[in-house]
Structures are given as C-alpha cells and as structure tokens.
Design a protein around this ligand. Structure first.
Ligand code: PEP
Length: 251
C-alpha cells in the first residue's frame, strides 16, 4: 500500500514573514498528520524560516529546484549541500514552469534527479503534456519521452524514494482540472512505463502525484483513483485551510 504524499509548491510567493505565517497555520492543521506525507516547498529565501517553524512536526521541508552541480561558479544556483544544511528532504525537479521558462530539458532534469538521489534528497519529478499535445493526441508520447528521459539510468531501488508528479500543463493554475478518469489513465500509463524501465516491483512502489488545479472540492475523487498517490498543489497550497482540506481528502 503506497502512502499518499501531498506537497505544496509555493512558487515565487511569500516573503519570509508571510511564509512563516502560512507555515504556522499549516502546522496547526497538519503538524501531527501521520497518515499522509505532507511536504511544503517555500521559496529559497524562506526555507530556513519555514524549516524552523515545522522542525518538531511531521511536516517535511521541500525545495522547488536544485542545481545538478556540487558547488562552484554557477551564479544564482542552489546546491544539495545548501538544501540539506536546512533539513530539506524533498526537491521538485523539472516543473513545467522550469521546462517552459528556463528551458530545462529532460537531460538536465535527469542530471538533477541523479544528484538528488546520490545525496539522499527525494526528487519529485514533474512530467506532463501541453494543451496542444493533448489536442493532437500526443499525450502518451510526450509523457513517455519525459519519463524515460528524466528517469534514465535510475536504478529500480531508487523508486521508493523518488516521486513522479503528473501535471498536465493545461491544468496548472488554470482552474481546469483533468477529470479523475483522464488523470487515472495517464497515471496507470506512467506506472506501466516504469515497469518496462525497471520492473514491476519498482512500478508498484513508486508514488505518482497528480498536479493541476487540485482543490479540496476535486481532491477526494482524484485521490480515490488507484494510481493517484497524492497531489502537487500550487495555488491551493497558499491557503492553510485549502491545503489541509486536500490532505484530509487523502486520509
Ligand atoms: C503546480 O504548479 O505544480 C500546480 C499544480 O499548480 P496549481 O495547483 O495552481 O494548478
């Protein structure tokens, strides 16, 4: 039985003070939640402060990106060492906004995934098709290429630590959610690709989150699907009650 995992991606929102307030409110609602893995991913500037707020709770700290390199002349980048120093456990990699605006390719996502796993950070690896891909009937081809590329040469044993997030780009921040059936179909497809890549045991173990306008109202149906093991939440993660409502739908 896979434990559900709900992660909040705060994106480029919240000053340190605002992030602390949000973290405190989430702590009140979810600080002792054992049944679901809860992760919050504040912006880098608030990582330390949010980590301090949630330090004695069951809430996990995450980051929104990480360099594939160890250290050195990489202006603007953040390394695994810097994240681990702040007790970060999860790191979102290959989010569609990074793929779209910063031209991150599967090659780079794969390098980051390997580095994160080597350093005992748990990657949340994002994949998902654009609207034009879906309309052209290319959803499976696009998602398969991203899964195979982003997870190339990752050993089967690592799939218990890594999380895949299926996020149809057309559903992110748009209020348009994939139906539970549409999402389940792609999740089952992704699990099949993982089985083909590294075997049935790893495919059965890997957790696959859905992301794209998930809210307390649509979360119960999405999270009830057999291959949907949680959610990666953007907008609704900026409000403690909404975020908690989604987590509670996963219980
Ligand atoms: C996301 O960006 O990962 C996301 C799912 O955003 P939203 O929930 O706002 O659609």
């Amino acid at each position: 039985m896979r434990k559900k995992i709900i992660a909040g991606n705060w994106k480029m929102n919240k000053t340190v003070g605002e992030a602390v307030e949000l973290a405190k409110a989430i702590k009140l609602e979810l600080g002792d939640c054992k049944e679901v893995d809860v992760v919050v991913c504040p912006p880098f500037t608030a990582t330390k402060a949010v980590g301090d707020v949630i330090s004695e709770t069951l809430i996990n700290l995450g980051a929104q990106n990480m360099s594939s390199e160890d250290d050195g002349a990489y202006t603007g980048e953040i390394s695994h060492t810097m994240l681990k120093e702040l007790f970060v456990r999860y790191v979102i990699l290959g989010h569609s906004e990074r793929r779209e605006y910063y031209k991150e390719t599967d090659f780079w996502v794969n390098k980051k995934v390997k580095k994160a796993l080597e350093k005992n950070l748990r990657p949340i690896v994002c994949v998902g098709e654009k609207l034009e891909d879906r309309e052209a009937g290319n959803t499976e081809a696009v998602v398969e290429a991203q899964v195979r590329g982003s997870l190339a040469d990752i050993p089967a044993a690592a799939y218990t630590d890594l999380v895949i997030a299926y996020e149809p780009v057309w559903a992110i921040g748009t209020g348009k959610t994939a139906t539970a059936e549409q999402a389940q179909e792609v999740h089952a497809f992704i699990r099949g690709i993982v089985a083909d890549m590294v075997g049935a045991e790893a495919a059965d173990a890997v957790r696959i989150q859905y992301g794209g306008s998930m809210k307390p109202g649509n979360a119960p149906e999405l999270l009830a699907q057999p291959d949907i093991d949680g959610g990666l939440i953007g907008g609704a993660a900026l409000d403690a009650a909404s975020f908690a409502g989604i987590v509670k739908a996963g219980l």
